[in-house]
Design a protein around this ligand. Structure first.
Ligand code: CMC
Length: 430
């Protein structure tokens, strides 16, 4: 069958045939490769209409509220799987058999510790440094320690780097928190699950025996699953862009962490809590709803809206359920901040402005509330997002590097600056 093409008619130029490419799901994509030969570019700031790459990892249909990893719905993975199984799925394309799973977990456990020299990096930071600032530094610095996994063209090196990153992120993240409060660092305990070990490294102290609450361990694991990957979002696209130049995986993931930090992306879960504190009381909510609706006020309801989901965020549905489970388990329904959050959710879901603009609570609205209930300080929220998203970033990076036609990503621009002009000597500038 002939390939379908779209015909582009251009004033004063020959018309162009643009092949239409079909994916396995989702909208068709126009192959615009021929445009540059005709000295033309497309203009799509914010990439609202641009497919930046081909990928087999994650599919999102924002209108239907659908999120699939390697074809599996996120709701099923959140309900029936666990984070490390989802990591395997994202990295290797299939759910593991029990033997594959055991082998994968055992390999990861070889990499949970941190090099003693790297531990010294922490003391170079101020105790009140934002943990995301520390994470940008220490994750990038991993490239200085693991020279045996830096050859990006070697499949084994790529796999080792992936395992190192996934295994070390919880240790590095918990160390940020322990450093900020002046506690000794807690070593990873490999007999524990990924989520349990993270809570152990965050909250245990040498003077007390502590066993993480299983409900909180489960909630933490769900948060990791729900944040594991999300197609070509800003941080994943950053990782791909950095990686396209041949940069090493540790440096690329550090770039992803930097991109995630912003409040329009991963920083939103932290911003949600800041907003709830600013609202102060349930009676102030209408004032803030009015501010969010005011076109002349830059204020937005943090944790509401999404670039892709215009129906509902399927991750938010699962997270909402987990949120209620955690609040019940900890008897926190009366906490004033949670009361504000729940009332805000109720009002915004009924308000015509939010309904019309399809602004539903997103994953970060509920994850912030759960993390606070678990006792995680607000400035660690985005770090936890980064820990979970590391597997998504590395899966996309690996997919890109192993593609036979991989080349540096180099977008073009619509230039609107001054046209060419002659240099004027400083004495003659008026
Ligand atoms: N509160 C009030 N109004 C909003 C909000 C909000 N949270 N989000 C969007 N709007 C309005 C916006 O003012 C605009 O109105 P108008 O059409 O009158 O100009 C309209 O809705 C469309 O907004 P947009 O900025 O064109 O939408 P976008 O797709 O560029 O932005 C977003 C998506 C997530 C950046 C935005 O909804 C937002 O800033 N939300 C708050 C931050 C947040 O919760 N981010 C976490 C996203 S989920 C985690 C992740 O994937 O990283």
């Amino acid at each position: 069958m002939d390939k379908e093409v779209a015909k582009l008619t251009l004033p004063g130029k020959e018309s162009l045939d643009l092949p239409i490419i079909k994916g396995t799901m989702g909208p068709d994509v126009l192959d615009i490769g021929a445009l540059s030969k005709a000295d033309l570019f497309t203009f799509d700031p914010g990439f609202r209409s641009t497919a930046s790459c081909e990928s087999k990892i994650t599919f999102i249909d924002g209108n239907k509220g659908l999120l699939l990893h390697r074809g599996y719905p996120i709701e099923q993975l959140a309900e029936k799987s666990d984070f490390l199984e989802v990591c395997y799925l994202l990295l290797f394309g299939e759910l593991p058999t029990q033997t594959q799973k055991d082998k994968f977990i055992s390999k990861l456990k070889n990499h949970t510790m941190i090099h003693e020299q790297l531990i010294k990096f922490y003391s170079g930071f101020r105790r009140d440094a934002h943990p995301m600032a520390i994470m940008c530094g220490v994750v990038g610095a991993l490239s200085a320690f693991y020279h045996d996994s830096l050859d990006i063209h070697n499949e084994e090196h790529r796999e080792t780097a992936a395992l190192r990153l996934i295994a070390k992120m919880p240790t590095l993240a918990a160390m940020c928190y322990k450093y900020s409060i002046g506690h000794p660092f807690v070593s990873p305990l490999n007999k524990m699950s990924f989520a349990e070990n993270f809570l152990h490294m965050m909250f245990s102290v040498p003077s007390e025996e502590s066993v993480p609450n299983p409900i909180l361990v489960k909630a933490m694991d769900r948060i990791f699953i729900l944040h594991a990957d999300h197609e070509q979002n800003a941080s994943t696209s950053t990782v791909r862009l950095a990686g396209s130049s041949g940069a090493n995986p540790f440096a690329c993931i550090a770039a992803g962490i930097a991109a995630l930090w912003g409040p329009a992306h991963g920083g939103a879960n932290e911003a949600v809590l800041a907003m709830l504190s600013e609202i102060q009381t349930v009676s102030n909510i209408p004032k803030f709803i009015d501010k969010a609706k005011d076109k002349n006020d830059p204020f937005r309801l943090m944790g509401f809206g999404h670039r892709v989901y215009k129906n509902f965020d399927p991750r938010a549905t699962v997270m909402r359920k987990t949120c209620y489970e955690v609040l019940d388990a900890l008897g926190l329904h009366d906490d004033p901040l949670f009361a504000i959050a729940l009332k805000l959710e109720e009002i915004a879901l009924k308000d015509p402005y939010f309904i019309e603009k399809k602004l539903y609570p997103n994953v970060d609205f509920y994850s912030g509330i759960i993390l606070r209930a678990i006792g995680i300080p607000t400035n660690m929220f985005t770090v936890i997002f980064a820990m979970a998203r590391t597997v998504g970033w590395i899966a996309h990076w690996n997919e890109m590097i192993s593609s036979p036609d991989q080349s540096i990503n180099r977008p073009r621009q619509l230039y609107t600056g001054p046209v060419m002009r002659d240099f004027i000597d400083v004495s003659k500038r008026g």
